[in-house]
Design a protein around this ligand. Structure first.
Ligand code: AMP
Length: 436
């Protein structure tokens, strides 16, 4: 669904003699199985016959982006000095209007990649909703909303957050009743669909949609909602997908609503996070986990940590037992109210609570830089979530540690994780203080 716009200077063909940088992003042709419209099919055939390569130069510094200097000011005042590898490669393709699939290791700056791309594409002089950003949880939507507002601080731009917890009438007012329409809407799929159905969100003026944690959004739990949203979108619209993990069937699904995307991908074995040490503790049985956890916490002075469990009940039980043993912990899962979730997150982000017990609700995207340890109290049921969970520590090059509580039943799961990421998870040494 790329829009065909005049080519900016950076998209023009390169000088033949100039060596392309090693990591230059090239267009990849994707086999399409389904496309919505006949015209698109035709376009595609033409493209396949004429495989012109579009090369996007990596940027070296933010100023290399040909965008409003107010955005660049916003980036610097947010504290970023230089672009991260994903930002070097992927902002320009997003700015170009082409469909984009971008993958990067957890914690390496995906959010700012699309924030800059979207801010650069939006025309603030037009009083229209132009970009829609979808996140799978309200916590992630709030976090993205915050990055947009901070980096867009010097622009005269209107944002809207459409998530559960904001009253429906307030949401409708902000989307369509105020004199100024939001240029950018950030939301979760359920609320966005509701706002589309109520005709509050004006989809016909959208020129781009960004889906964060895209593989999760296109998995069973969300895919129908995403299809329903996509069905309402204008035909000529840019689609950008971001995630750290992209399982094999991901590309079959994306082919259904993307056109000739620029792909920036990372091999699975390159995904295990540099700077994050991974260990397992052989706890043998579930019933030994709690004692092991208490021992661990009594030995460590941990800055902030997240303990992941595989379901709400384990989160509730563990919270109860830890509080009972005088540990100061907080907990979060999908079963508590939006207000409680917000309070818990605010306390954890500010550092006033230091241990957070969670389900996979918070496995993805959440960025709290002080988190140095992630404990898998239960080993996750899929390889993708393993990476997302341990990626909550070691944000943006900081050091982190992932500790896995493995029972006899987890041997197979641990082997799968090691094989998938071609990594080795060592047994936790006796003297843990030396490594933490
Ligand atoms: P993300 O992968 O978007 O969740 O970002 C991970 C962390 O890296 C966040 O705390 C960002 O604020 C930080 N970050 C992203 N890009 C940069 C950059 N270019 N310079 C410094 N920090 C960054």
């Amino acid at each position: 669904m790329s829009s065909k716009e005049t080519k900016p200077a950076h998209k023009k063909k390169k000088e033949p003699k100039k060596e392309p940088k090693k990591e230059t992003v090239k267009k990849e042709t994707v086999k399409k199985e389904t496309v919505k419209k006949e015209t698109k099919k035709k376009d595609e055939e033409e493209k396949d016959e004429d495989p012109k390569e579009e090369i996007f130069d990596e940027i070296e510094k933010f100023e290399d982006l040909e965008i409003d200097e107010k955005i660049i000011r916003g980036v610097f005042s947010y504290g970023f000095e230089k672009p991260s590898p994903i930002q070097k490669k992927a902002i320009r393709p997003v700015l170009s209007g082409r469909d984009v699939i971008a993958q990067a290791q957890s914690g390496t700056g995906k959010t700012a990649t699309f924030v800059l791309g979207v801010l650069g594409r939006v025309n603030v002089a037009e009083n229209k909703t132009q970009a829609l950003i979808l996140a799978h949880t309200r916590e992630l939507a709030l976090q993205i909303n915050n990055v947009f507002r901070q980096i867009g601080n010097y622009m005269d731009i209107v944002f809207n957050l459409s998530i559960k917890g904001v009253s429906t009438s307030e949401n409708i007012d902000a989307l369509c009743k105020k004199p100024r329409k939001p240029h950018i809407v950030i939301g979760t799929p359920g609320r966005i669909l509701d706002m589309i159905n109520k005709r509050a969100l004006q989809v016909n003026t959208l020129k781009m949609i960004v889906i964060d944690e895209a593989d999760e959004m296109l998995s069973e739990g969300f895919v129908d909602q995403i299809y329903n949203i996509m069905r309402t979108m204008p035909a000529k619209m840019q689609v950008c997908l971001f995630s750290a993990t992209m399982p094999t069937n991901f590309f079959d699904v994306t082919a259904k609503f993307m056109q000739d995307p620029v792909k920036i991908l990372v091999k699975a074995e390159q995904l295990t996070l540099e700077g994050i040490k991974q260990f397992y503790i052989d706890v043998q049985k579930n019933s030994y986990k709690f004692e092991t956890l208490c021992d661990l916490y009594s030995l460590l002075t941990i800055n902030q940590s997240i303990i992941y469990c595989n379901n709400k009940k384990v989160v509730d039980d563990l919270t109860y037992r830890m509080k009972d043993a005088n540990f100061s912990v907080s907990y979060i899962h999908g079963g508590i109210t939006p207000d409680e979730r917000e309070e818990t997150m605010a306390a954890f982000r500010s550092g006033s609570t230091r241990v957070l017990i969670s389900t996979d609700l918070l496995a993805r995207g959440i960025d709290v830089q002080q988190v140095s340890i992630v404990i898998n109290y239960d080993i996750p049921n899929n390889v993708e979530n393993y990476l997302h969970r341990i990626g909550r520590s070691g944000r943006f090059g900081r050091k982190g540690v992932g500790i896995n509580f493995a029972t006899h039943y987890d041997v197979e799961k641990m082997k799968n994780i090691e094989q998938y990421y071609e990594t080795h998870i060592e047994e936790m040494p006796e003297d843990i203080s030396a490594i933490l």
